[in-house]
Design a protein around this ligand. Sequence first.
Ligand code: PMT
Length: 405
Amino acid sequence: MLSNKKIILGVSGGIAAYKAVELTRLLTKAGADVHVIMTHAAQEFIAPLTFQTLSANPVHTALFDLIAEQEIGHISLADRADLFIIAPATANIIGKIAAGIADDMLTTTVMATKAPVLFAPAMNVNMYTNPIYQENEEKLRRLGYLFEAPVSGSLACGWEGEGKLAAPETIFDCAVATLTKKDLSGKKVLITAGPTREEIDPVRYISNYSSGKMGYALARAAQRRGAQVLLISGPTSLAKPYGVTVVTVTSANEMQREVMARVDACDVVIKAAAVADYRPELRNSTKIKKKGDSAIISLVKNPDILSELGKMDYGSRPRPFLVGFAAETDALAENAAKKLFEKRLDIIVANDVSKADAGFNVDTNRALLFFKDGSSTDCGLMSKDQLAVTILDHVISRLTEQPGA
Ligand code: PMT
């Protein structure tokens, strides 16, 4: 995801410096070449060796390092960067950069870079709300510097409030979004994810093994490419993707209501949710008591949301580009092609959910993509994040071929 990207991570002196370690791990795991610069104060909180080990690059701590300065270290680092992140960014470092002070390796390098700069501030709540700090942040924002706002919580200094460093995962997502080509900019994408639950009584339901991972990966990937993303999600334990509007639902009927209420303004709809085809005919208002050796639950059909989208009259608005999924355990290609045709889709993503490394509740998937024009492609085994990118590549290339796109 970040291979061939050189990222400078500036770490300034705050208790949250330890979270920059996890951020380094996430960035290097995604393939980035990470170069860490630590201020003097940051080294009071964490040892440079930790970052050096994780990034596999020397850590820069001094402006006048004799070896690095053979090639004027701060300038060559600044020139080669694709992205500059400062996390945690203290009030002091933000104030210095806003005032144009360049008196150490970090401030000098950030001043010299042409790369986008992303600050993740962390400080005491009173420092954060201080008008001097706010004015500095405002000035930098006006100049095009990016900020990932701190979150509220209990702070190391004992205060409660805003000032806690954003989660490393959030800063990572923001970094990836900054580095991703915005080829879905101006597009509205509706994605469904996760299972639905069809209640039998107050303590039991019918559902499936969907974790939401595939749909959430699509939502993240579309957001990074500049789309306005609406994620309609069944029950999952996943964190809300960065920059995405999430609507949570439980049953197929609720999912149908939310999709239908919002589809009108959408350019693309991707239905990765595993919607229950049937629900109990009656929901008992009290817990069903154990009686006899067997029990029968009568089921009725749920609405097929994707079919409705395929057949619906959109009036004067163009029909959204429709991507469906097919979860199959046998006759993958035949069943998927049938669903593509019957549900009038543009693309269907067929996954063989009988394989241990594909389908439900795993981080990888194996998919065959079938297109409306009769062509198909085999994506092989890949991470759900990578598959999401591949699916969107196909959506974008076909979307731009459509009149009015
Ligand atoms: O969530 P994960 O753990 O990451 O797992 C991913 C996944 C296996 C759930 C995902 O890759 C997937 O295959 N999703 C679709 C599952 C499914 O319901 O497949 P289907 O073949 O039954 O349905 C075909 C299509 O119609 C799907 O796009 C589905 O969202 C849609 N559908 C189905 C039934 C229904 N009542 N309404 C629908 O809209």
